[in-house]
Ligand binder design. Structure first.
Ligand SMILES: *[C@@H]1O[C@H](CO)[C@@H](O)[C@H](O)[C@H]1NC(C)=O
Ligand SMILES: *[C@@H]1O[C@H](CO)[C@@H](O)[C@H](O)[C@H]1NC(C)=O
Length: 433
């Protein structure tokens, strides 16, 4: 979340929403100054009779024309940040995509198993989810999940049909609402330091009627809950019927170990940050290894990677160049050789050997690793934050505007497509099983 706040700040110069606001504000101040002008003119009118006001009116018109021209020019400048010009820069015509061109590392599973669902299932899901998302109670979920991850969570929950859904980190309750849309009759357990009802006082939030909250005064960290007691209370005996959703900005290796210890099998991590970014050690970071296709980095300043990264940084707000990626001693793993945890309140340097060991451990307990693809290409969504070069091909590829429109995705504001951070679904089990 912290990381988001920071990059949001960096993003304002590009964000269309921000520009709209600025324009609104500007026209407001312009309007008031014009009004002041008119009032002053009428005052003069009463003092000097009729000749002067005519001259003044001419002056006003002469003054207004250039100011209007400069105003419309500023609108033209704003639209020159359009992602299509960004695609043009990379020699693409908007139909061809460069998704994955900088590598998309992934975690190897024990037996090479993958998910049951196909691209077709995802498309069908999108068709169903768009009208649902339009009814969301929290319209502007800034710092929370956007469209892509909301869809991913909804799709996974609906596919797995769990008997119990547990979420760690609820914020205003948007994810609780998404889980509820996926499974209308299934109990939810929600752990969150601040109760979502607190946000209700200030604006939109969602509190669920069939959700057990461990929140506010009753907050318990996921790793400290006595899960046997909670599961018994909900009549759960089969732990493979439980879905856990983490959006709590904690070290994902720590969460994975805690979930494994409790016997859970199905996990979703919301913020699966890319190497060099984010406020906690993520699965994507852990599995970014030289022995994985698309994984590993070089801190060599004259490398192709360094050259491409410094170019891409100019166009994608979350892209990092080699200087940002590499910490002291050419440490590129995690975030500059650090394992971050707890909203970046903790960051410890880890050795490359330890980082390597972490990925081998994850592989030893992993049955399935699946990163949600972005919903659509940037020429369609106009998102400007995540770099497609580090993501898998989207569900709706660039150039398929007809499909994008048919799905109803043109009805959403650009900002809902900005939050993609490689949400991941994991299926885990103890070593050797
Ligand atoms: C995270 O913490 C480190 C060390 O305190 C600091 O240097 C860094 O700027 C922080 N990053 C973010 C994104 O907050
Ligand atoms: C809770 O779930 C049960 C079982 O599906 C349902 O009968 C009840 O109406 C729900 N209560 C609320 C407040 O949604």
């Amino acid at each position: 979340m912290l990381e988001r706040v920071l990059s949001m700040r960096r993003a304002t110069q590009f964000s269309e929403e921000g520009d709209d606001d600025d324009e609104g504000d500007e026209s407001k101040t312009k309007k008031t100054s014009h009004i002041a002008f008119v009032t002053r003119a009428t005052n003069l009118f009463s003092r000097f009779g009729y000749l002067w006001p005519c001259l003044l009116l001419c002056l006003i018109i002469l003054f207004l024309i250039p100011s209007l021209i400069s105003h419309s020019r500023s609108i033209v400048c704003v639209s020159s940040y359009d992602p299509t010009s960004r695609l043009g820069f990379f020699g693409l015509d908007g139909l061809e995509s460069d998704f994955g061109s900088l590598g998309v590392p992934w975690c190897r599973s024990k037996h090479g198993k993958t998910v049951e669902w196909t691209a077709k299932d995802l498309l069908k899901g999108l068709e169903e989810f768009v009208p649902i998302y339009e009814t969301r109670p929290i319209k502007n979920n800034m710092y929370g999940m956007g469209f892509d991850h909301s869809f991913g969570l909804w799709f996974i929950a609906r596919w797995l049909k769990p008997d119990l859904m547990i979420e760690s980190g609820a914020f205003k309750g948007h994810s609780t609402w998404v889980l509820r849309q996926a499974m209308p009759g299934t109990p939810i357990v929600s752990l969150s330091p601040r109760h979502p009802e607190k946000y209700l006082k200030k604006g939109p939030a969602y509190v669920d009627g069939n959700c057990t909250y461990f929140a506010g005064k009753n907050f318990v960290d996921f790793g400290s809950v006595d899960w046997r007691v909670v599961l018994k209370k909900h009549g759960i005996t089969d732990l493979s019927r439980v879905l856990i959703f983490f959006d709590d900005h904690q070290n994902e290796l720590k969460r994975l170990k805690q979930a494994l210890k409790a016997g859970f099998r199905h996990l979703v991590f919301e913020d699966n940050y890319d190497t060099g970014t984010g406020d906690h050690y993520s699965l994507r970071q852990i599995c970014d290894q030289f022995y994985i296709r698309g994984g590993g980095h070089s801190c060599y300043k004259d490398s192709d990677e360094a050259r491409i990264r410094s170019k891409r940084k100019k166009f994608w707000e979350k892209a990092v160049d080699i200087e940002e990626l590499c910490g002291p001693g050419e440490a590129w793993w995690g975030v500059r050789g650090q394992m971050r945890d707890d909203f970046n309140h903790s960051n410890k340097a880890i050795s490359y050997a330890k980082h390597f060991e972490n990925s081998r451990f994850v592989e030893s307990v992993l049955n399935v690793y699946w990163e949600l693809p972005p919903v659509a290409g940037p020429s369609l969504t106009h998102q400007t934050r995540y770099d497609p070069a580090r993501a898998t091909s989207p569900i709706v590829e660039d150039g398929r505007f007809g499909l994008f429109q048919r799905l109803g995705l043109t009805r959403f504001e650009t900002s809902v497509f900005n939050g993609y951070t490689q949400m991941v679904y994991l299926q885990i089990s103890e070593r050797g099983s």
